[in-house]
Design a protein. Structure first.
Length: 421
């Protein structure tokens, strides 16, 4: 070949040597290894394809034919007889474990095995039967889903990520309108989250009680009429920010108080969630700070369970018992669980201290989960024994609402007090 350059003879020779060097040969062994790997992969592909075509696809077709020709007609026939969706479709998970109480945890289990399924509460209603709830432990279907969302309540998150759709804090919560009232106090329309019982009966009965207060204070200026505050109590865990809530500060604007009642919701049932003493402490502090000196003060305690958490130390509660003069209305020994006398005595001390300040304390229970003896003790210490003490509302949700409404209207219309402050 002809090379042209201005760089001199030595550069020409170097360039010529480079251009004229023959390219290296491919390694035959390497070529064969690549070909063998390709042939092996293709052979496996042919085997897998043949297995799919001759085994998997026929099995899938047979399964689909069985589903369409056997299972689906049988399912539709069963659904027509019993309603749809089917109420028994297996357990989630299969062969569920039992806790130390020998009970099957419901689908809502969030990792705690120390809480037995106790629905209804047979600790205080031994004759109550769990035959119906037990039929639906972890079964797929509407019953289980309803139990699932109620177990998670207002605050627990499924999978640690999502609130259930009945929670007012969930973007998927569906609200609906209902008329509340009766022929005596009139009717008004309110927007409610899903109806979970007995909370919904409590919401409606509280609104009806406030309607009675509204009627009683008709024509009185807002700044001098009876005022109402609402405190909610459930869990007590300061480390996580859980505690009583001042849902409605003292107000004479009854519409505001009634609207606050519509948002009341129960928390999930996997924790101790009847922290009554912290709720009463908040109520007492609020009334002392914001209440009018000249007004009679009335506290209505509404609960559906037994106290199981306290804010005060055990020594503070013991001192409170001593300051109240002791007496048989306080518990001297544990009742059901270790240390539970303090759970019970804590609220009783608060009731005694309120009565010492000349406040009246009414104790109202709803449902089968309350302890009537405890409510009677609170009524005696709160100065309302013989005035409707230890009132209890049970039965269907409608019966609970009617009973609670009648109880609270009687209290509100009592001539002894101006009303609630």
């Amino acid at each position: 070949m002809r090379l042209v350059s201005t760089q001199g003879i030595s550069l020409l020779a170097q360039q010529a040597a480079i251009v004229q060097t023959a390219p290296p040969e491919y390694d035959p062994a390497c070529q064969q290894a690549v070909l063998d790997a390709y042939n092996a992969a293709y052979a496996q592909y042919v085997i897998d394809h043949n297995y799919w075509a001759t085994v998997l696809m026929p099995a899938w077709v047979a399964a689909m034919n069985h589903y369409n020709n056997v299972y689906l007609p049988a399912y539709l026939a069963e659904a027509k007889m019993h309603g749809s969706p089917a109420y028994k479709r297996g357990l989630i998970p299969p062969n569920p474990r039992t806790n130390e109480f020998g009970m099957v945890d419901r689908i809502s289990d969030v990792g705690f095995s120390t809480y037995k399924s106790n629905n209804p509460n047979k600790d205080l209603a031994p004759s109550a039967t769990d035959a119906m709830p037990a039929r639906y432990y972890n079964y797929v279907g509407a019953w289980t889903y309803a139990q699932f969302v109620q177990d998670y309540g207002r605050n627990l998150k499924s999978g640690g990520a999502l609130l259930c759709p009945l929670s007012i804090d969930s973007p998927f919560c569906r609200f609906h309108a209902e008329d509340v009232g009766d022929g005596d106090v009139g009717y008004e329309t309110f927007s409610f989250p899903p109806r979970t019982q007995p909370m919904h009966a409590a919401r409606r009965s509280l609104i009806r009680a406030i309607l009675a207060a509204k009627k009683r204070n008709d024509g009185i200026r807002v700044n001098v009429r009876d005022r109402i505050a609402i405190v909610g109590f459930d869990r007590y865990d300061p480390a996580s920010g859980a505690g009583p809530q001042l849902i409605q500060p003292l107000t004479g604007v009854y519409q505001t108080a009634m609207t606050a009642c519509t948002k009341l919701q129960a928390v999930g049932d996997k924790y101790a969630s009847t922290a009554l003493e912290p709720g009463m402490i908040m109520a007492r502090n609020h009334l002392q700070a914001e209440g009018r000196d000249f007004a009679d003060k009335l506290v209505i305690v509404l609960t559906d369970g037994i106290p199981n958490a306290i804010e005060s130390s055990q020594s503070t509660i013991d001192s409170g018992i001593g300051g109240a003069g002791g007496g048989s209305d306080f518990y001297t020994s544990d009742q059901r669980w270790s240390g539970d006398r303090y759970w019970l005595n804590g609220p009783l001390v608060q009731a005694a201290q309120m009565q010492a300040d000349e406040w009246d304390v009414y104790a109202i229970g709803m449902g089968y989960g309350v302890d009537s003896t405890f409510l009677e003790r609170m009524a005696r210490l709160g100065g309302t024994f013989g005035k409707g003490e230890s009132l209890q509302a049970s039965g269907s949700p409608w019966e609970q609402e009617e009973a609670l409404s009648a109880i609270m209207k009687d209290i509100i219309n009592s001539p002894r007090v101006m009303l609630v402050e």
